[in-house]
Write a protein that binds this ligand. Structure first.
Ligand SMILES: Cc1ncc(COP(=O)(O)O)c(C=O)c1O
Length: 383
Protein backbone atom coordinates (compact mmCIF):
# COMPACT_ATOMS: atom_id res chain seq x y z
CA UNK A 1 0.00 0.00 0.00
CA UNK A 2 1.10 3.60 -0.42
CA UNK A 3 2.93 3.37 -3.76
CA UNK A 4 1.26 4.21 -7.07
CA UNK A 5 -0.53 7.49 -7.35
CA UNK A 6 -4.01 8.23 -8.62
CA UNK A 7 -4.29 11.43 -10.65
CA UNK A 8 -7.74 12.49 -11.74
CA UNK A 9 -7.99 14.85 -14.68
CA UNK A 10 -11.08 17.04 -14.80
CA UNK A 11 -14.00 17.58 -12.45
CA UNK A 12 -17.76 17.85 -12.66
CA UNK A 13 -18.68 21.56 -13.09
CA UNK A 14 -20.45 21.77 -9.72
CA UNK A 15 -17.50 20.11 -7.97
CA UNK A 16 -15.04 22.55 -9.56
CA UNK A 17 -17.36 25.42 -8.55
CA UNK A 18 -17.17 24.35 -4.90
CA UNK A 19 -13.36 24.41 -4.87
CA UNK A 20 -13.23 27.71 -6.80
CA UNK A 21 -15.70 29.33 -4.38
CA UNK A 22 -13.66 28.23 -1.36
CA UNK A 23 -10.52 29.66 -2.95
CA UNK A 24 -12.29 32.91 -3.81
CA UNK A 25 -13.26 33.25 -0.15
CA UNK A 26 -10.12 32.02 1.62
CA UNK A 27 -7.25 31.97 -0.87
CA UNK A 28 -4.66 29.19 -0.94
CA UNK A 29 -2.90 27.14 0.31
CA UNK A 30 -6.02 25.71 1.87
CA UNK A 31 -7.10 22.57 3.69
CA UNK A 32 -10.83 21.99 3.53
CA UNK A 33 -12.24 19.91 6.38
CA UNK A 34 -15.59 18.19 5.86
CA UNK A 35 -17.10 17.23 9.25
CA UNK A 36 -19.72 15.03 7.56
CA UNK A 37 -16.97 12.81 6.14
CA UNK A 38 -15.32 12.49 9.56
CA UNK A 39 -18.69 11.59 11.12
CA UNK A 40 -19.23 8.96 8.42
CA UNK A 41 -15.80 7.43 9.04
CA UNK A 42 -16.39 7.34 12.80
CA UNK A 43 -19.74 5.58 12.39
CA UNK A 44 -18.33 3.10 9.88
CA UNK A 45 -15.43 2.13 12.14
CA UNK A 46 -17.62 1.99 15.27
CA UNK A 47 -20.08 -0.26 13.46
CA UNK A 48 -17.27 -2.45 12.14
CA UNK A 49 -15.83 -2.88 15.66
CA UNK A 50 -18.80 -3.28 18.02
CA UNK A 51 -17.80 -3.28 21.67
CA UNK A 52 -14.50 -1.49 20.98
CA UNK A 53 -14.11 1.99 22.51
CA UNK A 54 -12.51 4.29 19.95
CA UNK A 55 -9.88 6.82 21.03
CA UNK A 56 -8.87 9.16 18.21
CA UNK A 57 -5.06 9.39 17.93
CA UNK A 58 -4.78 13.19 18.15
CA UNK A 59 -1.29 13.11 16.59
CA UNK A 60 -2.84 12.26 13.20
CA UNK A 61 -4.24 15.79 12.95
CA UNK A 62 -4.31 17.91 16.10
CA UNK A 63 -6.93 20.37 14.97
CA UNK A 64 -9.76 21.88 17.00
CA UNK A 65 -12.48 21.37 14.37
CA UNK A 66 -11.56 17.71 14.03
CA UNK A 67 -11.41 17.18 17.78
CA UNK A 68 -14.72 19.02 18.33
CA UNK A 69 -16.46 16.89 15.70
CA UNK A 70 -15.25 13.66 17.31
CA UNK A 71 -16.04 14.94 20.78
CA UNK A 72 -19.65 15.53 19.75
CA UNK A 73 -19.84 11.91 18.59
CA UNK A 74 -18.67 10.63 21.99
CA UNK A 75 -15.26 9.49 20.73
CA UNK A 76 -12.41 9.17 23.24
CA UNK A 77 -8.89 10.50 22.61
CA UNK A 78 -5.40 9.03 22.53
CA UNK A 79 -2.81 11.62 23.53
CA UNK A 80 0.96 11.40 23.52
CA UNK A 81 2.16 14.83 24.65
CA UNK A 82 1.36 17.84 26.79
CA UNK A 83 0.62 19.82 23.63
CA UNK A 84 -2.05 17.35 22.56
CA UNK A 85 -3.59 17.50 26.03
CA UNK A 86 -3.55 21.31 25.90
CA UNK A 87 -5.62 21.20 22.73
CA UNK A 88 -8.24 18.99 24.42
CA UNK A 89 -8.15 21.09 27.57
CA UNK A 90 -8.79 24.28 25.56
CA UNK A 91 -11.85 22.55 24.12
CA UNK A 92 -13.02 21.57 27.65
CA UNK A 93 -12.70 17.85 26.95
CA UNK A 94 -12.29 15.80 30.10
CA UNK A 95 -9.00 13.97 30.60
CA UNK A 96 -11.09 11.02 31.79
CA UNK A 97 -11.95 10.38 28.14
CA UNK A 98 -8.30 10.11 27.17
CA UNK A 99 -5.58 7.50 27.33
CA UNK A 100 -1.94 8.54 27.40
CA UNK A 101 -0.16 6.20 25.00
CA UNK A 102 3.42 7.44 24.74
CA UNK A 103 5.57 4.64 26.17
CA UNK A 104 8.38 7.07 27.14
CA UNK A 105 7.52 10.05 29.34
CA UNK A 106 9.21 12.68 31.48
CA UNK A 107 7.99 12.94 35.06
CA UNK A 108 6.67 16.39 34.19
CA UNK A 109 4.51 14.89 31.42
CA UNK A 110 3.11 12.26 33.77
CA UNK A 111 2.16 14.96 36.27
CA UNK A 112 0.59 17.11 33.53
CA UNK A 113 -1.43 14.14 32.32
CA UNK A 114 -2.64 13.33 35.83
CA UNK A 115 -3.62 16.96 36.39
CA UNK A 116 -5.54 16.78 33.12
CA UNK A 117 -7.40 13.72 34.41
CA UNK A 118 -5.83 10.93 32.35
CA UNK A 119 -5.56 7.73 34.38
CA UNK A 120 -4.46 5.19 31.76
CA UNK A 121 -0.77 5.13 30.82
CA UNK A 122 1.24 2.90 28.50
CA UNK A 123 4.69 1.47 29.32
CA UNK A 124 6.95 -1.04 27.63
CA UNK A 125 9.88 -1.44 30.02
CA UNK A 126 10.94 -1.50 33.67
CA UNK A 127 12.44 2.01 33.71
CA UNK A 128 9.08 3.45 32.64
CA UNK A 129 7.27 1.40 35.29
CA UNK A 130 9.52 2.89 37.96
CA UNK A 131 8.54 6.42 36.86
CA UNK A 132 4.90 5.64 37.63
CA UNK A 133 5.43 4.36 41.19
CA UNK A 134 4.81 7.77 42.88
CA UNK A 135 1.40 7.92 41.22
CA UNK A 136 0.39 4.27 41.60
CA UNK A 137 -2.82 4.96 43.53
CA UNK A 138 -4.23 7.00 40.66
CA UNK A 139 -3.41 5.06 37.52
CA UNK A 140 -3.93 1.89 35.51
CA UNK A 141 -1.23 0.71 33.12
CA UNK A 142 -1.28 -0.91 29.69
CA UNK A 143 1.84 -2.86 28.75
CA UNK A 144 2.66 -2.38 25.08
CA UNK A 145 3.93 -5.38 23.13
CA UNK A 146 5.88 -5.20 19.88
CA UNK A 147 4.48 -7.03 16.88
CA UNK A 148 6.58 -6.25 13.80
CA UNK A 149 4.44 -5.14 10.86
CA UNK A 150 5.32 -6.49 7.46
CA UNK A 151 2.12 -5.49 5.70
CA UNK A 152 1.96 -1.95 7.09
CA UNK A 153 3.35 1.19 5.44
CA UNK A 154 4.67 2.36 8.80
CA UNK A 155 6.08 -0.18 11.28
CA UNK A 156 5.41 1.19 14.77
CA UNK A 157 6.84 -1.78 16.66
CA UNK A 158 10.51 -1.22 15.92
CA UNK A 159 10.84 1.67 18.31
CA UNK A 160 8.28 0.70 20.96
CA UNK A 161 6.84 -2.37 22.62
CA UNK A 162 8.38 -5.13 24.73
CA UNK A 163 8.95 -8.66 23.45
CA UNK A 164 6.32 -11.26 24.25
CA UNK A 165 8.87 -13.08 26.39
CA UNK A 166 9.26 -10.03 28.63
CA UNK A 167 5.58 -9.62 29.48
CA UNK A 168 5.31 -11.97 32.47
CA UNK A 169 8.45 -10.49 34.07
CA UNK A 170 7.26 -6.89 33.67
CA UNK A 171 3.81 -7.73 35.05
CA UNK A 172 5.41 -9.47 38.05
CA UNK A 173 7.76 -6.50 38.63
CA UNK A 174 4.79 -4.13 38.49
CA UNK A 175 2.99 -6.21 41.12
CA UNK A 176 6.00 -5.93 43.44
CA UNK A 177 6.02 -2.14 42.95
CA UNK A 178 2.31 -1.93 43.78
CA UNK A 179 1.45 -0.88 40.21
CA UNK A 180 -1.70 -2.05 38.50
CA UNK A 181 -1.18 -3.40 34.99
CA UNK A 182 -4.73 -3.65 33.75
CA UNK A 183 -4.00 -5.01 30.32
CA UNK A 184 -1.98 -5.08 27.13
CA UNK A 185 -1.72 -2.88 24.05
CA UNK A 186 -0.08 -3.06 20.66
CA UNK A 187 0.10 -1.12 17.40
CA UNK A 188 0.04 -3.41 14.39
CA UNK A 189 1.59 -0.68 12.18
CA UNK A 190 -0.02 2.22 10.38
CA UNK A 191 -1.83 1.81 7.05
CA UNK A 192 -2.11 -1.97 7.33
CA UNK A 193 -3.01 -3.70 4.10
CA UNK A 194 -5.05 -6.34 5.91
CA UNK A 195 -6.00 -7.20 9.47
CA UNK A 196 -3.75 -10.28 9.68
CA UNK A 197 -1.30 -8.67 12.09
CA UNK A 198 -4.11 -7.47 14.35
CA UNK A 199 -5.62 -10.96 14.39
CA UNK A 200 -2.33 -12.59 15.30
CA UNK A 201 -1.58 -9.96 17.95
CA UNK A 202 -5.04 -10.36 19.52
CA UNK A 203 -4.61 -14.13 19.73
CA UNK A 204 -1.14 -13.80 21.33
CA UNK A 205 -2.39 -11.16 23.80
CA UNK A 206 -5.39 -13.31 24.69
CA UNK A 207 -3.13 -16.23 25.55
CA UNK A 208 -0.79 -14.05 27.59
CA UNK A 209 -3.61 -12.37 29.48
CA UNK A 210 -5.33 -15.68 30.25
CA UNK A 211 -2.05 -17.31 31.37
CA UNK A 212 -1.06 -14.35 33.56
CA UNK A 213 -4.61 -14.19 34.95
CA UNK A 214 -4.22 -17.71 36.34
CA UNK A 215 -1.27 -16.70 38.48
CA UNK A 216 -2.29 -13.25 39.72
CA UNK A 217 -4.95 -11.90 42.02
CA UNK A 218 -5.57 -8.90 39.71
CA UNK A 219 -6.27 -10.30 36.25
CA UNK A 220 -5.49 -8.38 33.07
CA UNK A 221 -8.77 -7.44 31.43
CA UNK A 222 -8.12 -4.50 29.07
CA UNK A 223 -6.87 -4.94 25.51
CA UNK A 224 -5.97 -1.94 23.35
CA UNK A 225 -5.65 -2.93 19.68
CA UNK A 226 -4.07 0.39 18.59
CA UNK A 227 -4.53 1.88 15.12
CA UNK A 228 -3.57 0.71 11.65
CA UNK A 229 -6.97 0.99 9.94
CA UNK A 230 -6.19 2.07 6.38
CA UNK A 231 -7.03 5.20 4.42
CA UNK A 232 -8.06 4.79 0.79
CA UNK A 233 -5.11 6.49 -0.92
CA UNK A 234 -5.64 4.59 -4.15
CA UNK A 235 -9.36 5.35 -4.16
CA UNK A 236 -10.24 1.70 -4.61
CA UNK A 237 -13.14 1.92 -2.18
CA UNK A 238 -11.79 0.14 0.92
CA UNK A 239 -14.71 -1.51 2.74
CA UNK A 240 -13.77 -1.12 6.41
CA UNK A 241 -16.50 -3.50 7.52
CA UNK A 242 -15.02 -6.26 5.36
CA UNK A 243 -11.46 -5.25 6.38
CA UNK A 244 -12.41 -5.60 10.06
CA UNK A 245 -14.19 -8.95 9.52
CA UNK A 246 -11.26 -11.16 10.64
CA UNK A 247 -10.55 -8.77 13.49
CA UNK A 248 -14.14 -9.03 14.76
CA UNK A 249 -13.80 -12.80 14.71
CA UNK A 250 -10.59 -12.62 16.77
CA UNK A 251 -12.24 -10.24 19.26
CA UNK A 252 -15.25 -12.53 19.59
CA UNK A 253 -12.91 -15.18 21.07
CA UNK A 254 -12.05 -12.92 24.02
CA UNK A 255 -13.85 -13.11 27.36
CA UNK A 256 -17.00 -10.97 27.17
CA UNK A 257 -16.10 -8.82 30.18
CA UNK A 258 -12.80 -7.55 28.78
CA UNK A 259 -12.54 -3.83 28.08
CA UNK A 260 -11.55 -3.27 24.44
CA UNK A 261 -9.97 -0.08 23.10
CA UNK A 262 -8.61 1.11 19.75
CA UNK A 263 -6.59 4.21 18.77
CA UNK A 264 -7.54 5.00 15.16
CA UNK A 265 -6.01 8.07 13.53
CA UNK A 266 -5.58 7.80 9.80
CA UNK A 267 -8.80 5.95 8.90
CA UNK A 268 -10.94 8.55 10.66
CA UNK A 269 -9.41 11.77 9.37
CA UNK A 270 -7.65 11.07 6.07
CA UNK A 271 -10.66 11.44 3.74
CA UNK A 272 -12.16 14.34 5.68
CA UNK A 273 -9.53 16.88 4.54
CA UNK A 274 -8.78 18.06 0.99
CA UNK A 275 -5.85 20.26 0.04
CA UNK A 276 -6.19 23.07 -2.49
CA UNK A 277 -3.06 24.65 -3.85
CA UNK A 278 -2.52 27.14 -6.69
CA UNK A 279 -0.05 27.12 -9.56
CA UNK A 280 2.05 30.21 -8.85
CA UNK A 281 4.66 29.76 -11.57
CA UNK A 282 5.77 27.47 -14.39
CA UNK A 283 8.81 26.76 -16.52
CA UNK A 284 9.97 24.45 -19.30
CA UNK A 285 13.05 22.51 -18.21
CA UNK A 286 14.61 19.80 -20.41
CA UNK A 287 11.35 19.00 -22.16
CA UNK A 288 9.29 18.81 -18.98
CA UNK A 289 6.81 21.39 -17.73
CA UNK A 290 7.39 22.38 -14.14
CA UNK A 291 4.52 23.85 -12.13
CA UNK A 292 5.35 25.61 -8.86
CA UNK A 293 2.57 25.41 -6.28
CA UNK A 294 1.94 27.35 -3.06
CA UNK A 295 1.97 24.20 -0.89
CA UNK A 296 4.43 21.32 -0.93
CA UNK A 297 6.62 18.79 0.81
CA UNK A 298 7.57 21.14 3.64
CA UNK A 299 3.88 21.97 4.17
CA UNK A 300 0.70 19.91 3.79
CA UNK A 301 2.44 17.31 1.63
CA UNK A 302 5.02 16.56 4.34
CA UNK A 303 3.40 13.13 4.75
CA UNK A 304 5.03 12.14 1.46
CA UNK A 305 8.32 12.20 3.40
CA UNK A 306 7.41 11.42 7.00
CA UNK A 307 4.44 9.12 6.40
CA UNK A 308 5.62 7.45 3.15
CA UNK A 309 2.30 8.32 1.56
CA UNK A 310 1.39 9.60 -1.90
CA UNK A 311 -1.94 11.36 -2.11
CA UNK A 312 -4.46 11.16 -4.95
CA UNK A 313 -4.35 14.38 -6.95
CA UNK A 314 -6.95 16.09 -9.10
CA UNK A 315 -6.49 18.66 -11.84
CA UNK A 316 -9.66 20.55 -12.66
CA UNK A 317 -8.71 21.19 -16.31
CA UNK A 318 -8.80 18.66 -19.12
CA UNK A 319 -6.92 18.54 -22.43
CA UNK A 320 -3.94 17.00 -24.12
CA UNK A 321 -1.43 15.86 -21.53
CA UNK A 322 2.33 16.40 -21.33
CA UNK A 323 5.18 15.35 -19.04
CA UNK A 324 4.96 17.53 -15.98
CA UNK A 325 6.32 18.03 -12.49
CA UNK A 326 4.40 19.50 -9.57
CA UNK A 327 6.81 21.26 -7.22
CA UNK A 328 6.28 22.98 -3.88
CA UNK A 329 7.07 26.60 -3.03
CA UNK A 330 10.35 26.32 -1.12
CA UNK A 331 13.83 26.78 -2.53
CA UNK A 332 14.76 23.15 -1.88
CA UNK A 333 14.85 20.77 -4.82
CA UNK A 334 13.39 17.85 -2.84
CA UNK A 335 10.23 19.93 -2.59
CA UNK A 336 8.48 18.04 -5.38
CA UNK A 337 4.99 16.64 -4.94
CA UNK A 338 4.71 14.64 -8.17
CA UNK A 339 7.45 13.87 -10.66
CA UNK A 340 7.06 12.81 -14.27
CA UNK A 341 3.27 12.84 -14.38
CA UNK A 342 1.09 13.38 -17.44
CA UNK A 343 -1.02 16.52 -16.99
CA UNK A 344 -3.00 18.86 -19.23
CA UNK A 345 -1.39 22.27 -19.61
CA UNK A 346 -2.01 24.38 -16.53
CA UNK A 347 -1.84 28.13 -16.23
CA UNK A 348 -0.78 30.34 -13.37
CA UNK A 349 -3.74 30.52 -11.00
CA UNK A 350 -5.01 27.00 -11.78
CA UNK A 351 -5.77 24.76 -8.83
CA UNK A 352 -4.36 21.37 -7.85
CA UNK A 353 -6.50 19.36 -5.44
CA UNK A 354 -5.04 16.77 -3.06
CA UNK A 355 -7.45 14.17 -1.68
CA UNK A 356 -7.28 12.00 1.47
CA UNK A 357 -5.09 14.61 3.12
CA UNK A 358 -6.35 14.61 6.72
CA UNK A 359 -3.81 12.35 8.43
CA UNK A 360 -0.12 13.06 9.10
CA UNK A 361 -0.14 16.01 6.67
CA UNK A 362 -0.57 19.34 8.48
CA UNK A 363 0.56 17.45 11.60
CA UNK A 364 4.12 17.19 10.26
CA UNK A 365 4.43 20.44 8.32
CA UNK A 366 7.49 22.61 8.86
CA UNK A 367 8.06 26.38 8.69
CA UNK A 368 10.94 26.11 6.20
CA UNK A 369 11.43 29.30 4.15
CA UNK A 370 8.96 30.95 6.57
CA UNK A 371 6.15 30.32 4.13
CA UNK A 372 2.55 30.61 5.30
CA UNK A 373 0.78 27.46 6.56
CA UNK A 374 -2.20 26.15 4.67
CA UNK A 375 -5.26 27.47 6.43
CA UNK A 376 -7.85 24.86 7.49
CA UNK A 377 -11.47 25.81 6.88
CA UNK A 378 -14.63 23.81 7.51
CA UNK A 379 -16.84 22.87 4.64
CA UNK A 380 -20.48 23.50 5.37
CA UNK A 381 -22.75 20.47 5.19
CA UNK A 382 -25.33 20.76 2.43
CA UNK A 383 -28.65 21.62 4.09
C1 LIG B 1 0.51 4.88 19.84
C2 LIG B 1 -0.23 5.16 18.58
N1 LIG B 1 -1.57 4.98 18.56
C3 LIG B 1 -2.31 5.22 17.46
C4 LIG B 1 -1.72 5.71 16.31
C5 LIG B 1 -2.59 5.96 15.12
O1 LIG B 1 -2.39 4.99 14.16
P1 LIG B 1 -3.19 5.01 12.78
O2 LIG B 1 -3.10 6.37 12.23
O3 LIG B 1 -2.51 3.96 11.98
O4 LIG B 1 -4.61 4.62 13.09
C6 LIG B 1 -0.32 5.89 16.26
C7 LIG B 1 0.33 6.36 15.05
O5 LIG B 1 1.48 6.73 15.00
C8 LIG B 1 0.44 5.62 17.44
O6 LIG B 1 1.77 5.80 17.47
Amino acid sequence: MGSGRRIMIGAAPDEADVWQALVAEHGTPLLVFDPAVLERQYHRLSNALPGVELHYAVKAHPNEHIVRTLDALGCGFDVASAGEMDLLMDLKISGRRTIHTHPIKKDREIRDALRFGATTFVVDNLDELAKLVPYRERIGILLRISFRSESATVDLSRKFGCAIGEVAGIVAAAGKLGLHIKGLSFHAGSQCEHAGQHVEAIARCRQLMVDIGKSTSVPLSTLDIGGGFPADYRLTGIDIDAWCGPLRKALADLPGDWHLLAEPGRYLVAPSVTSITTVTGKSERHGVTWYYLDDGIYGSYSGQIFDHTVYPLQILKTGETRRSILAGPTCDSIDIIAEDVQLPELGIGDLVIGHQMGAYTAATKTRFNSLPDARLVCRESPS
